[in-house]
Each structure stands twice: as structure tokens, then as C-alpha cells.
Design a protein. Structure first.
Ligand SMILES: Cc1cc2nc3c(=O)[nH]c(=O)nc-3n(C[C@H](O)[C@H](O)[C@H](O)COP(=O)(O)OP(=O)(O)OC[C@H]3O[C@@H](n4cnc5c(N)ncnc54)[C@H](O)[C@@H]3O)c2cc1C
Ligand code: SF4
Length: 570
């Protein structure tokens, strides 16, 4: 490892590229994996298993039941904005086309995700740029099976009041037969109870950690404080670390370049230099340099796009395909819900996403909840407003709020203020498996022309799915509550999504995508992308199981350490 001071780090870019040669320094690692989410954890585990020396660089912190926040009011330990002193595991990024929610932690999105792990419909392999590049349906079946076993997927056995209401509302609307209990990555007692019982490793033949059964507190998205959620740090990453992988938390990768230099012909065959800074440092960057023979980008769809754009711009990886940032998908989501002030039951009980229904062939709704006391998101919800987006919808929303305040002043004030929100609110997450994509570009925005950022371009993503709004109204009628919308969707016509995928999609050539069907980055050697950015079609379901299965498949092509010739390329 080569440590650099801040003064050294500020050398001119020409001097920075005078790099140590591999025979002078040896390699610190065989592989460096950037990011420790679903793609990164699978990669780290499978590579250590094959005998490689692996490091995992992770921007976020390590979390344990002891340091996780109790509720979402503990903003400092929930939200990730290190420059503002917020060092949590949940990040929000605002774009013109979508507000994107994603995880940032050792274990990536698994710390904050809602543990729903569903396979997509088979038709997704017939759409997008990956079509025809492999016998996906046959090949993926075994990788889904491995991924499901490793993530400990089970059918949810803990149905809370919100799930029972979803069933009732679906019955009333005529979709009752589509109701299903979600498949979740949660350690639940065989019959759904009792919770809080600790057992020796139930998943990995004694190689994994002891685990405790789920109590159905609804807290999955605030991080599980009971050790019941199958987060990656208790599975793939735990095993990788046990096998010798070194995890570097709070370490952000800022540069990756071929060891032979960064000229147009440098293809990485002699290895890579990876530079990092401390992501949570207040003063100084604590820059470090590492050498390795191969690199796996697993920084998530947004994270990998952002890093590759930066490296392409600064000349470290100039040959990355110009398709970078194309075919970004948001799962066509809309968040709606219902809030019932003073409801007789605690709607936060259950697991974060306990059940779902299909309201038509393409449209899928899940009942989502936050744990009791986690009411901060209540600021983002408001009275449901139908209609086409734009100034008219904003005007209609204002009218709805005023009419409601006049008719039911106390109830309306109660529904608009956040206290008690998690116990009274059920979020309905609506996803559509319809094609639709945006583009991410690396540009100077008009409001800040001093540096480039990721900016979204393309057709607007729909924020108003009329059938979903109708269903929210039915749901609210059952409880005597208010149907609700997300405020940013109404005010700014911007949908929220936790499922951003694509941007470095799998394709047959660098004129159509960024990686080949083995996840190898076009124009480079021993460089891979294993995360949500490679997904080349709208899945219509939560994507983590597919990202895991794709990473399992990608790693299956890498030979054991003793047989590797380090010439792997697309
Ligand atoms: C609140 C919420 C609920 C969700 N619920 C579900 C669900 O129920 N089911 C489901 O399937 N999906 C869910 N998701 C989505 C899921 O979390 C993501 O799809 C998944 O985590 C993506 O996996 P990934 O491997 O692409 O990257 P991630 O899991 O996002 O991991 C990427 C990691 O890379 C790190 N990183 C980024 N840049 C750098 C850098 N430069 N240097 C070092 N590290 C870096 C990040 O900190 C992050 O930890 C949810 C997401 C959120 C936010
Ligand atoms: S419902 Fe509670 S106990 Fe169960 S996995 Fe989620 S956070 Fe953990």
C-alpha cells in the first residue's frame, strides 16, 4: 500500500500518472472490489473462495445492532451526508427525473433495504440489450437458486394489520386472488413466531454467525436491531471476511487507472492503481493508494456510473464505452398510501414489506411500513391528488388540502403532521414492468457551472398511475382514513424510487453497452461491473435478488486463482 500526503495528492495530473510499476511494488491485492452491496459482496465471497487476495473498499460505515438508530428522527445515524456530519446508511439523490433512494454501508443497500427478494417475470430476458447474449432463462435458474439460498429467502410468515388490510382492499377491488405473502430475506421462526430467539448459524452449515428470529417490528428499513434480517454483513460479506477478504469501511474510491499509465492504449493488463480517500474525514482526505491485478466495480447503479464518468473525464479510464449512463431505469414506481389517524391497530407491525398484489398484468403493489416512532418521512406525504402532473395538479392539491381543512380541520391537521405517522400510515409501493428509461449525463448544471455532476435526461417518468391512486382510495375507505400521495411527486412531478438500475448495461459490443455478458468492461482487461448498473431491462419487481444472481453468474466465469492468466477481456 502506498500512502500519500495531501500535498502529494495535489500534484499536477501529469505527475500523478507517473505510477509505480508492478515489479517495483508487487500487488497489494489480486482483486479490489469497489462497494459492498449485493454485487460487491457476492464478488468478494466468490473470489476469496477461489483463492484470490481480495479487498473491499466501502464508502459507508459498519453497522451493528448497537449503533443502528432507534427511529428516523435520529437523522445523524440514518441519512448519509458526511459533509454535514450525517453518517447514516440511507442516501437520497435528487434528479430532474427521479428522487433516488439508496443505501451506503458495509453491506450496501442491504442494511436499509426492505428484504423483499422476488424473481422477475421471465420476459425480462427477452427485452433490452442483453437479449440473445446467453440462454438467460436456463442459466439464471441455477444462479437464482444459489442466490436465494445464500440470502436465506423464505415466504413471509408474519402478516401485520397492513397486510390484512391489503388483502381486504384487493378483495373489494376484485384482485383478491393475486394477493401473496412476499419472499423475504429474514430469519423467521418456522410458524411465524415467537421472535427474539437466538440460534446457532441456521444458513451456512455452521460457518455463519448466530441469528435471532424476527419479532415483526416493521423496522427493516431503519436497520434490524435484532439480528433477524439477512443483511450481507451476516452472509456473503461475513463469509468473505472469514476467508481473508479485507474490508475497508468509510473508504471512498476516487481513482482507478491502469498501472502502465493512463494513455489510450493502457488496457489494465499490468494491473490497476486504486486511490481512496476517507469518506467521513472532516479535515484532510487521508488519501491511500493500492495496487491490484483486477477490479470489480460494485458501487451500485448511481455509484458506478458516477465513478466511471469521473474516471473517463479525468483520463484514468478514457476507453470506457460512451454508452455509459444510457438505459437507466427506475422500475416505473409510484409511492402512494393511506393514513388513518387514531386507527385501532398499530399499522407499523409486521415486516417492512409483508405482502403484495397485482392490479393488472404489469402493475404490482406492495404494502410497506416503517417502525413505530420513525415518523420523519411523514413530512413527505400529503393528501392524495389525481390528475396530470403540472401546475394544474399543484392547484388541485392546494384545493384538496383547503377543502379538507374546512371539512375536517382536526383530522386534516393530524394527517399532515408527522407525529404518529408510522403507526397510522401504510405506504403502497406501486411498480410497473413497462419499458421506459432515462439517461444520465456528466454535465455542468446551469445552477452550478463549476464542476460536472450526474444529471438526468430523457422522457419524464410517470408520477401518476391512475389505477394505483384508485386502489389507494379503496384502501383508505376500509380504515376510514385519508388516501395519500408523496409531496415531491405532486409539487415537482418527480417520482421517488429505491430501485435505480442500469447505466452500464450488458450488451454485445461497446456501441450498445458498457460490459459484455460476462460483466467484463469493454476495452479493459480484468475489469468487471457487478451491481445494479448492468441490469438491461425494467424488472418490475425489487431488484436485489436479480443483482445477486447476476453477480453469482459473473463470478462463475472467473477461474480459480491458480488457473488465472490475467488476460480476461470482453
Ligand atoms: C429504503 C430502501 C428499501 C429497499 N428495499 C428493497 C427491497 O425490499 N428489495 C430489493 O430487492 N431492493 C430493495 N432496495 C433496493 C436495493 O437496496 C438495491 O437495489 C441494491 O442494494 C443494489 O445493489 P448493488 O449491488 O447495485 O449496490 P448497493 O447495494 O447499493 O451497494 C453499493 C455500495 O457501494 C458503495 N459505494 C458507492 N460508491 C463508492 C465509491 N466510490 N467507493 C466506495 N464505495 C462506494 C455504496 O456506499 C454502497 O454501499 C431498497 C432500497 C432502499 C434505499
Ligand atoms: S421486522 Fe424487525 S425484527 Fe424482523 S427483520 Fe425487520 S427489523 Fe428485524
Amino acid at each position: 500500500m502506498v500512502n500519500t500526503t495531501i500535498a502529494e495528492a495535489s500534484h499536477s495530473s501529469r505527475e500523478e500518472r507517473t505510477l509505480p510499476r508492478k515489479h517495483e511494488v508487487g500487488y497489494d491485492f489480486d482483486f479490489i472490489v469497489i462497494g459492498s452491496g449485493f454485487g460487491g459482496s457476492v464478488s468478494a465471497h466468490r473470489l476469496t473462495e477461489k483463492g484470490y487476495k481480495v479487498a473491499v473498499m466501502e464508502m459507508g460505515r459498519r453497522w451493528t445492532p448497537d449503533n443502528l438508530p432507534r427511529t428516523s428522527w435520529s437523522i445523524r445515524r440514518w441519512i448519509w451526508r458526511p459533509k454535514l456530519g450525517l453518517r447514516g446508511f440511507f442516501n437520497l439523490r435528487f434528479f430532474r427525473h427521479a428522487t433516488i433512494f439508496h443505501g451506503c454501508a458495509v453491506g450496501g443497500g442491504s442494511i436499509t433495504f426492505a428484504c423483499t427478494l422476488l424473481p422477475p417475470p421471465e420476459k425480462v430476458w427477452e427485452n433490452g440489450s442483453w437479449r440473445g447474449l446467453a440462454d438467460w432463462k436456463t442459466e439464471m435458474a441455477r444462479h437464482y437458486e444459489t442466490a436465494s439460498r445464500m440470502l436465506g429467502i423464505t415466504e413471509n410468515k408474519i402478516l401485520g394489520p397492513a397486510d390484512h388490510l391489503l388483502k381486504k382492499a384487493a378483495d373489494a377491488a376484485g384482485f383478491g386472488e393475486t394477493f401473496y405473502c412476499t419472499k423475504v430475506g429474514i430469519f423467521q421462526a418456522a410458524d411465524g413466531g415467537p421472535g427474539n430467539q437466538t440460534f446457532a448459524d441456521p444458513f451456512f452449515g455452521g460457518e455463519g454467525p448466530a441469528r435471532t428470529t424476527c419479532i415483526g417490528c416493521g423496522g427493516c428499513m431503519m436497520g434490524c436491531r435484532y439480528g433477524a434480517k439477512n443483511t450481507l454483513d451476516l452472509g456473503y460479506l461475513y463469509l468473505a471476511e472469514k476467508n481473508g477478504a479485507r474490508i475497508f469501511p468509510e473508504t471512498r474510491v476516487v481513482n482507478v487507472q491502469p498501472i502502465t499509465g493512463a494513455g489510450a492504449n493502457a488496457d489494465g493488463s499490468a494491473g490497476y492503481l486504486v486511490e481512496t480517500v476517507k469518506s467521513t474525514a472532516w479535515i484532510g482526505q487521508q488519501r491511500q493508494r493500492f495496487t491490484c491485478r483486477g477490479v470489480v466495480f460494485s458501487a451500485s447503479s448511481l455509484g458506478t456510473m458516477e465513478l466511471l464518468f469521473r474516471l473517463k473525464e479525468k483520463g484514468s479510464l478514457p476507453a470506457v464505452s460512451n454508452q455509459l449512463g444510457q438505459h437507466v431505469r427506475t422500475n416505473s414506481e409510484s409511492l402512494i398510501g393511506a393514513r388513518t389517524p387514531g386507527y385501532s391497530q398499530d399499522l407499523s407491525q409486521g415486516v417492512a414489506i409483508g405482502s403484495g398484489i397485482y392490479i393488472d398484468e404489469h402493475t404490482h403493489i406492495e404494502a410497506v411500513r416503517y417502525p413505530s416512532g420513525s415518523d420523519a418521512m411523514g413530512f413527505l406525504t400529503t393528501i392524495l391528488t389525481n390528475g396530470r402532473p403540472g401546475p394544474r395538479r399543484v392547484a388541485l392539491w392546494l384545493k384538496n388540502v383547503i377543502v379538507s381543512l374546512v371539512r375536517h380541520p382536526i383530522k386534516t391537521v393530524r394527517v399532515l403532521q408527522p407525529l404518529g405517522w408510522a403507526r397510522e400510515f401504510v405506504c403502497l409501493l406501486c411498480m410497473q414492468a413497462l419499458e421506459g428509461e432515462i439517461e444520465m449525463r456528466w454535465q455542468r448544471p446551469w445552477f452550478w457551472p463549476f464542476r460536472r455532476f450526474l444529471v438526468s435526461r430523457g422522457e419524464k417518468v410517470p408520477t401518476y398511475i391512475p389505477k394505483a391512486n384508485e386502489f389507494a382510495q379503496k384502501y383508505a375507505q376500509l380504515t376510514g382514513g385519508f388516501p395519500m400521495s408523496m409531496l415531491p411527486e405532486i409539487l415537482f412531478d418527480v417520482p421517488g424510487t429505491a430501485h435505480c438500475i442500469g447505466g452500464c448495461v450488458i450488451a454485445d459490443s461497446c456501441t450498445r453497452g458498457v460490459v459484455d455478458a460476462h460483466h467484463r468492461v469493454f476495452n479493459y482487461k480484468n475489469m468487471y461491473v457487478c451491481d445494479g448498473s448492468v441490469v438491461a431491462a425494467n424488472l418490475g419487481v425489487n431488484p436485489s435478488l436479480t443483482i445477486t444472481a447476476l453477480a453469482e453468474r459473473a463470478m462463475s466465469f472467473i477461474p480459480p486463482a491458480g488457473e488465472m492468466d490475467w488476460k480476461d477481456s470482453a
